[in-house]
Design a protein around this ligand. Structure first.
Ligand SMILES: [Zn+2]
Length: 319
């Protein structure tokens, strides 16, 4: 059988039929993960020796120098999975090949998974892989503003009550268009919350464009150039002054309502923002296959998130 092989410079499938072909067998899936983990060849986790290892078991390599074992999926999203890797690859494909992503129910159906819970957990694991730790900060001129997004909290007797979250949005100005974005849920619109977010996502020295809210007054002291546009009654509307942020906020709300039917709990919102950001920042990718590739790369880089920590876990701390 033919190996799943890279096309020079293109190590990802470009169509469903290529994907289906590349990842026919578990061996091919493992081979692909191996290339993602060690693009320049195997490196022993323990002694850092290079060189072809022995294959101790499926997906377990033994170093010829120190005899230490390295599991292919340890420390990846696929760690401890009992399902075929092929199903995971299909899940990554469906998540990235559709412009707006896929719901847990949709994924369960398309993969023929026995339980909704499995599909839901997989999507959450993949969402956690959508954001690279230490990713680049935004640069240039950036619009920043806050918006409110609905979410569901479990109320008394399982009833769901509507509650809004405050979301701060940063959008790079790219001539008339929108460059990259960052989103974060914040607990309030205090200077501390807003500046923490900006420090985290924007390179110092950049120009931040905001409205006149005093929460942003500390920007020059924090090392940013600050441009304000004060919106007064009867003057320009907020969406005219900060068009990029408002466009992003509108798309985010539509996406949360549409693809996910609004069924998002507050404590999971941050992860949905990660997914939205991942998609938005790659919306002009020439092929969906490239998104699949990025997700697969990041899936082997992220720490695994066991179901227990997703379900029982607290959301990330707010800024
Ligand atoms: Zn070794």
């Amino acid at each position: 059988m033919e190996e799943a092989r890279p096309i020079p410079g293109v190590d990802y499938p470009r169509t469903f039929s290529e994907m289906d072909d590349w990842f026919q067998t578990e061996a091919r899936c493992r081979d692909y993960i191996r290339r993602l983990c060690w693009p320049d060849g195997f490196v022993c986790e323990r002694c850092k020796a290079t060189g072809e290892p022995w294959l101790a078991a499926r997906g377990v390599f033994r170093c010829k120098v120190c005899k230490g074992s390295t599991s292919l999926t340890a420390g990846t999203v696929f760690q401890d999975t009992h399902k075929p890797l092929r199903l995971w690859f299909l899940a990554m494909w469906f998540t990235t090949s559709q412009k707006n992503g896929v719901s847990a129910l949709g994924l369960q159906r398309v993969l023929g998974l026995g339980s909704y819970e499995t599909a839901w957990t997989w999507l959450h694991k993949l969402r956690r892989a959508m954001v690279r730790p230490g990713r680049d900060r935004l640069t240039g001129e950036i619009e920043v503003d806050e918006t409110y997004v609905g979410g569901h909290e479990e109320g008394k007797r399982g009833r769901e009550i509507e509650k809004k979250s405050i979301v701060v949005v940063a959008a790079e100005k790219n001539v008339q268009a929108i460059g990259r974005i960052r989103l974060k849920r914040i607990k309030d619109v205090s200077a501390e919350s807003l500046l923490d977010f900006i420090r985290e996502v924007v390179e110092p020295g950049s120009t931040i464009h905001t409205d006149g809210w005093r929460g942003y007054a500390g920007l020059p002291d924090a090392g940013y150039k600050h441009r304000t546009t004060v919106i007064s009654r009867g003057d320009e509307q907020a969406h005219e002054v900060m068009p990029r942020v408002h466009k992003v906020a509108a798309l985010l709300k539509r996406w949360l309502l549409g693809t996910l039917q609004g069924g998002v709990q507050h404590r999971h919102l941050d992860y949905y923002f990660d997914e939205f950001t991942f998609r938005f920042n790659r919306r002009r990718s020439k092929t969906r296959g490239l998104l699949f590739y990025r997700l697969a790369q990041q899936a082997v880089d992220s720490a695994p998130a066991p179901y227990r920590s997703i379900v029982g876990g607290k959301s990330r701390p707010c800024a």
